[in-house]
Design a protein around this ligand. Structure first.
Ligand SMILES: [Zn+2]
Length: 355
């Protein structure tokens, strides 16, 4: 055997060993991290949604990726006494580290309690794209997981969603499915065009999968560039006919709206004033959201508006205070503005005072 081969094969077997060790470590780690959402002080969405449907409001689902966003959400909802769904996407898990996020959430629950607030808090995986990811989140203490098989053919979507429901059910974790595809871009999810939900598929999907809630596509859209409208053109209204037909077929079944940010003009203007360049942005008008929450819609996802507020406030602060370099100085005001925006959203959804 040539010396080089020996070195090579030795290296390969060493790599195999370390792979095995790594895999072993990750199994041990996963077992160590396994926890029920109840131990983290969280609730699933069952009762949250039942109350929301009865009360004619929607529970806000706010995404977070870092401490300041999480603080703003918790402080806002505790202050206005709103139930809340904290949302973590696959991208957030990769960005902030799943272990760190897992420990931040019970910290946030504790902060709410220290504020004297008893608001119900759920933790949701936003746009889970595989059984393995959904399972991992169930095991890590999420109280709700979304499995998004909306890009798959109907039967495959049913199969994937059902598999997640069966696993989650054992741990009392609730599951959100999706039918229809939203236009726009959100991290790993993107589509050029809207594929509206077909109400005739909704009943079969819910019955076959056993999902607890369903995201539908009625014209909302992901991101800050929701509608391709020219200046002066009006934004197309949401398809309330689809929503009403879903409601007629499945009375009292929880419906979820994604991509429901309004892309607040005030913050777009600040961004552009202080060096940003965001043109032709468009969001869902707040009156449309207000109308939607009177129906079965009981969860409304807001992510883009939070991103815009932070970016606007950080740009403004740094432009006005070029000598500053302490992150607390610019993240602090951003967090404060974010909190105010979340309180306004809770009021819009009618969830304030409903905890
Ligand atoms: Zn979404």
């Amino acid at each position: 055997m040539a010396p080089s081969e020996g070195v090579l094969s030795g290296k390969i077997s060493h790599e195999k060993d370390s792979c095995k060790k790594r895999r072993g470590r990750s199994v041990v780690k996963e077992e160590k991290m396994a926890v029920s959402f109840k131990e983290l002080g969280l609730v699933n969405t069952k009762e949250l949604f039942a109350k929301a449907i009865k009360g004619g409001y929607a529970v806000p689902a706010y995404n977070f990726n870092n401490m300041e966003q999480l603080q703003a959400i918790i402080m806002a909802c505790a202050e206005c006494n709103s139930p809340v769904i904290l949302q973590i996407s696959k991208g957030a898990r990769q960005y902030a580290n799943q272990t760190l996020l897992r420990y931040m959430v019970p910290g946030a629950v504790e902060v709410a309690r220290e504020m004297g607030s008893n608001i119900p808090i759920a933790l949701n995986l936003d746009h889970g794209d595989s059984f393995e990811l959904a399972k991992s989140c169930v095991d890590y203490g999420f109280s709700n997981v979304m499995i998004d098989g909306s890009h798959l053919p109907f039967n495959e979507n049913v199969e994937l969603t059902k598999k997640v429901v069966e696993y989650a059910r054992q741990k009392e974790v609730t599951v959100e499915g999706e039918l229809g595809v939203l236009a726009g871009i959100e991290e790993h999810v993107s589509s050029e065009v809207t594929h509206y939900t077909r109400p005739e598929e909704v009943e079969a999907f819910v019955t076959k999968t056993g999902v607890d809630s369903l995201a539908i596509s009625i014209g909302t859209s992901h991101g800050a560039y929701k509608f391709k409208v020219k200046p002066g053109e009006s934004i197309p209204p949401l398809r309330f006919d689809i929503l009403e037909e879903c409601q007629r077929r499945l009375p009292d079944f929880p419906i979820v709206l994604h991509g429901a940010s309004s892309v607040l003009v005030k913050y777009i203007e600040i961004i552009n004033k202080y060096g940003g360049k965001m043109e032709n942005t468009a969001g869902v008008p707040e009156e449309q959201i207000k109308k939607a929450v009177k129906t079965n819609v009981c969860k409304v996802n807001i992510d883009s508006d939070g991103r815009l507020v932070m970016t606007a406030m950080i740009r403004k602060f740094l432009a006005e205070n070029p000598q500053e370099f302490d992150p607390r100085k610019y993240l602090g005001p951003a967090r404060e503005a974010l909190k105010e925006m979340y309180i306004n959203k809770c009021r819009l959804l009618g969830s304030d005072g409903k905890a």
